[in-house]
Write a new protein. Sequence first.
Length: 272
Amino acid sequence: MEIVTRFAPSPNGPLHLGHALAAIVAHDLAREAGGRFLLRIEDIDGPRSRPDMADEFRRDLEWLGLEWEDVPAQSTRLDSYAAAAGRLRERGLLYPCTCTRREIEVAASRKGPEGWVYPGTCKRRPPDPALPAALRLDIERALEATGELRWIDALAGEQVADPGRGGDVVIVRKDLPASYHLAATLDDAADGVTLVTRGADLFEATHVHRLLQALLGLPVPRWHHHRLLLDGEGRKLAKRRGSPALSDRREAGEDGLMLARQLRFRNLQLGT
């Protein structure tokens, strides 16, 4: 089977070293196998998405010495998200949720991979059509439809899917046409991705993605969750914390090929 990987950044801020490592891992795994490396822009984050950032990303990847194929951005795929959500809703697997983050935090009894675990408040009460609502996946009912599921990570081995550990996740957000879970799962299938490479912080999300693949009849790829680069305080690099931008380093005249070599060596040290 041909190896097809992808790098899928959101244009809501500049790329940093963590993004560079993710792109290099995906690029190198595809190239080593004679496969294809794709670039997909995840640009449905409303007003936070900046169209000009996509070309900035391409300049950064070229500076690092990477070669890729462009595939359609998420903003061109809204109909596919709506159709998939409609299919899930027709099967009774989605329900509207009007809870705010504060309400969830107050009502929740435990934390999961994505923060406070939603306690199912709206599943037990009729929806209020006057309030904006997200659509959540009824995990228990979904698993009754699929039975036990498994998936394979290149580093962690075979996993039994356990999507319920994070509660009923949002599939369609109040303010956006799809959540990350739905959009990324559909896009990877549409692009023919056979090896999903991403940071270890998204390992838990894969349990949900495997469930969505089974529910929607999508092909099942393999996964490779690599270790993360951390800052001096042991936190993962993040745009919201102002991690230094690749574009600043590029424009300052730094050698991108040398930086890429350093990141490859760092990745070997991380054991990924």
